[in-house]
Write a protein that binds this ligand. Structure first.
Ligand code: DGI
Ligand code: FE
Ligand code: FE
Length: 188
C-alpha cells in the first residue's frame, strides 16, 4: 500500500494529535533507516501503523488476544501495553502486511524486547524522538540517534524505565528483558 493510502486508513482511528505524532514517527523513522542502511519503505509502513490501535476498546483488544491465541501476557495491562500487539495483528489481517520484521517492529514498539532487529530499534527510537515529542531530555536522545542507533536505543530504554519508576508505574516484564539484554551487551 502507498503512503497516502495507509495514512488515510489510520487517520480516522485517532485524534489529530496522535495523527501528527504518527507522521512525525514516519518522517523520523525514514531518516533513521537511510542513516543506518535499513529499508525506508519498511520503516514507513511500520511507523504509520504502529499506533493505530491506541484508541481501541480494551475489552475488544483483550478478546482478540484470547480468540487469536496471541501472547496472553499483555492481558490486564491496559491499552498502553495492548496497542502494539493488536496493531501488529491488524497490520497483518486488515492491511495484508506479511513482512515479519515490519510486524515485529509494530508489535514491540512500546516494550522493546531482547535481540531487536535494526528496524525494531529504528521504530522504537523514532517513536520517542519524533519532532512533536517535547519532554525534558528529548534533545539529548535526538543527538544520540544521529550518532549511534544502539546507544540511542539504550538511552531511550533507560529514559523510559526511569519515567516508569518516577511515576510509580509497574514495569512490564518484556520491558525489563529488553533493558537486561542491552546492558548485558554493553557490559561484555
Ligand atoms: O503510544 P505512544 O504514546 O506513542 O508510545 P509507547 O507505545 O512507547 O508507550 C505508550 C505508553 O506505555 C507510555 O505512556 C509508557 C507506557 N509504557 C511503556 N512501557 C511500559 C509502560 N507502562 C507500563 N505500565 N509498563 C511498561 O513496562
Ligand atoms: Fe505506541
Ligand atoms: Fe507512538
Amino acid at each position: 500500500m502507498e503512503r497516502q493510502q495507509l495514512l488515510a486508513a489510520i487517520k480516522p482511528r485517532m485524534p489529530e494529535k496522535r495523527y501528527i505524532h504518527t507522521q512525525g514517527v514516519m518522517h523520523t523513522a525514514i531518516a533513521l533507516a537511510k542513516r543506518y542502511d535499513e529499508d525506508p519503505s519498511k520503516a514507513e509502513t511500520a511507523a504509520i501503523l504502529h499506533d493505530m490501535a491506541k484508541y481501541e476498546d480494551v475489552t475488544k483488544m483483550e478478546d482478540i488476544i484470547r480468540r487469536e491465541n496471541l501472547d496472553l501476557s499483555v492481558i490486564g495491562w491496559g491499552s498502553e501495553l495492548l496497542h502494539g500487539p493488536i496493531a501488529a495483528y491488524y497490520a497483518q489481517t486488515q492491511f495484508g502486511i506479511t513482512d515479519q520484521d515490519v510486524l515485529n517492529a509494530i508489535h514491540y514498539h512500546t516494550t522493546g524486547r531482547a535481540g531487536m532487529s535494526k528496524l525494531e530499534k529504528i521504530i522504537f527510537v523514532a517513536d520517542m524522538i519524533e519532532p512533536s515529542r517535547n519532554y525534558p531530555g528529548v534533545e539529548r536522545l535526538r543527538n544520540k540517534a544521529q550518532k549511534n542507533l544502539d546507544k540511542a536505543m539504550s538511552a531511550c530504554v533507560r529514559h523510559s524505565l526511569r519515567f516508569l519508576i518516577d511515576t510509580k508505574q509497574p514495569i512490564f516484564p518484556l520491558t525489563l528483558t529488553c533493558y537486561n539484554d542491552i546492558m548485558n551487551g554493553e557490559n561484555k
